[in-house]
Design a protein around this ligand. Structure first.
Ligand code: GDP
Length: 294
């Protein structure tokens, strides 16, 4: 909860201020809400859709006072964030492909997930699929050591697909419960990046039927509309099972969570609320809404 303090004090406090001390609703209320939502990264499409529903409610006299509008807004947020989706398969090893552009917190998130699953008694293997950055491999090795997970890596510049193939085979043979595959994220070669990840995916499938079972996209919540653009690109190229929004502790805008969920219709699985291993939270829509709306 602590990690959402900035968004609560920013985005949500600004929204709430519009309603504070009001019983009646005046026409300006929707314009003020629009301003706050747009400047809090909710995104144009989602903001308009939410306001349209509130406008309809007001026209039908279903929302007759400020409290009712606030409650309707909360219901809208809950509806948007409650996208279901198939849960992770009960495969062994469960192969999870982690994608996202450089700097979003992908490696850190892999480390956090490895920590969580290791603590649950699961045998975790990590694949250093970002073979272009020595630093990424080293970072993964630090996490691997910390949680006692084997890290499968290739030589610098090795084919990421080959590393993923090797890791999948190893995880299978070692009877691992989970394999987390890191991937490269150099965005300046957009098309190449997507092709490369697709190739890694195909190679994993060759090593184990049905794998990868999950493709999770990591997004940096502090990048606002950029996160939305990235998400759309990745969704177009890959079948995404879920999203992970990092650095929510580092933004007062937090509305991007609503925007990505609404526009992509891909469920948020986890949120990052800090740099430490314990700062990754499983995303539960009702809890998130409760933390924001109180
Ligand atoms: P990658 O390039 O996507 O693998 O990104 P990294 O995992 O190296 O993370 C980039 C930076 O973001 C690092 O300094 C991380 O500590 C930081 N980071 C990752 N997740 C979070 C988070 O949830 N909150 C905060 N405040 N920082 C984070």
């Amino acid at each position: 909860r602590k990690g959402l303090a900035a968004t609560r004090g920013g985005f949500m406090a600004r929204l709430k201020a519009i309603f504070t001390g009001k019983k009646e609703i005046d026409p300006a209320i929707l314009e003020q809400m629009e301003e706050v939502m747009l400047t809090s990264d909710v995104g144009v499409k989602t903001t308009q859709a939410i306001l349209e529903r509130l406008r309809e409610g007001m026209a039908k006299n279903e929302l007759s006072d400020a409290d009712a509008v606030w409650a309707a807004l909360r219901a809208e947020a809950t509806r948007i964030l409650s996208i279901g989706g198939p849960r992770p398969a009960k495969e062994k090893p469960l192969v999870v492909l982690m994608v996202g552009v450089n700097g979003v917190g992908k490696t850190t998130t892999i480390g956090k997930l490895a920590t969580k699953w290791s603590a649950d008694g699961k045998k975790v293997v990590l694949a250093a699929g970002d073979t272009f950055r020595a630093a990424a491999v080293q970072q993964l090795e630090v996490w691997g050591k910390r949680v006692g997970a084997e890290v499968v890596k290739g030589k610098e510049g090795a084919d990421p697909g080959a590393v993923a193939f090797e890791a999948t085979k190893k995880a299978n043979e070692a009877g691992a419960d989970v394999l987390l595959v890191d991937t490269a994220g150099r965005l300046h070669t957009k098309v190449n990046l997507m092709e490369e990840i697709k190739k890694v995916k195909r190679t994993i499938a060759k090593a184990m039927d049905g794998a990868p079972h999950e493709t999770l996209l990591v997004l940096d919540a502090t990048t606002g509309q950029n996160a939305l653009t990235q998400a759309a690109l990745f969704k177009e190229a890959l079948e995404l099972n879920g999203l992970i929004l990092t650095k929510l502790d580092g933004t007062a805008k937090g509305g991007v969570v609503l925007g990505v969920c609404d526009e992509l219709k891909v469920p948020v699985r986890y949120i990052g609320l800090g740099e430490r291993a314990e700062d990754l939270r499983e995303f539960v829509a009702a809890d998130f809404v409760e933390a924001l709306f109180g």
